[in-house]
Design a protein around this ligand. Structure first.
Ligand SMILES: N[C@@H](CCC(=O)N[C@@H](CS)C(=O)NCC(=O)O)C(=O)O
Length: 222
């Protein structure tokens, strides 16, 4: 049985969505955000204090894009992954990691300096600048998505989950107003997927059952 440690709509949503796409059984352990402040015992599970943490037997993984890659290769070969012999393999890996390394990074600065910090620690200029930076990076997908339904290999893959999570976070941050037309249509296609909807329902249900707030606490200072 796979166990996923998760905070509502945080990066751990990537593995959650993957688990629903694949149809695997899993246990969802919900945490208040950020766990290092509100659930100190989580540090014994992941000393970084970050989520996700996914366990598959003795294996522990803490990087959301790597977990997507792992789940796709291990449990969904030929469907959510792209084989090393496929000409689209390199593009697949590039998009899979673009989702986290290039898109999500500037968003976390918007999240922190426009939403979580309070009083004089709020930095509207930082939030605005990194919001623009995120949208500029995202625009590089526009020509590609104007011609294709999904990012690579002519089908939906784990790379779409990785980039799709950045679009979900953008929507939460109000950055979706800056989506270009093909990105907007792509996002509508991703949101309509039954597994995406199932992942949203699963986190909502688990949060209620486990008494975890569905909105993160503003206190993220170390
Ligand atoms: N590169 C990691 C980043 C993990 C990460 O920073 N997760 C955030 C939530 S989206 C977190 O746990 N933040 C709480 C903290 O830094 O204490 C990944 O993709 O999983």
């Amino acid at each position: 049985m796979i166990t996923l440690h998760h905070c509502v709509s945080a990066r751990s949503f990537r593995p959650l969505w993957m688990l629903e796409e694949i149809g695997l059984d899993y246990e969802l352990r919900m945490l208040p955000f950020p766990p290092r402040v509100h659930a100190r015992s989580y540090l014994s599970i992941n000393p970084l204090g970050t989520i996700p943490a996914l366990f598959d037997g003795d294996l522990r993984m803490t990087e959301s894009a790597a977990i997507c890659q792992y789940l796709a290769a291990r449990f969904s070969p030929g469907r959510l992954d792209v084989d090393v012999a496929d000409p689209a393999f390199g593009a697949y890996l590039n998009h899979l990691h673009f989702g986290e390394a290039t898109l999500t990074f500037p968003q976390t600065l918007v999240l922190r300096y426009a939403h979580f910090e309070t009083g004089e620690r709020r930095q509207p200029q930082v939030a605005e600048d990194y919001g623009k930076w995120f949208l500029a990076r995202l625009r590089t997908l526009e020509p590609l998505l104007a011609e294709r339904e999904f990012l690579c290999a002519g089908r939906f893959t784990a790379a779409d989950v990785s980039v799709g999570y950045a679009l979900l976070l953008a929507e939460h941050l109000g950055l979706d107003k800056g989506f270009t037309p093909a990105v907007e249509s792509y996002w509508a296609r991703l949101k309509a997927r039954p597994a995406f909807q199932a992942a949203l329902r699963a986190q909502e249900k688990a949060a209620k059952e486990q008494g975890v707030p569905t909105m993160p606490s503003p206190d993220i200072r170390p």
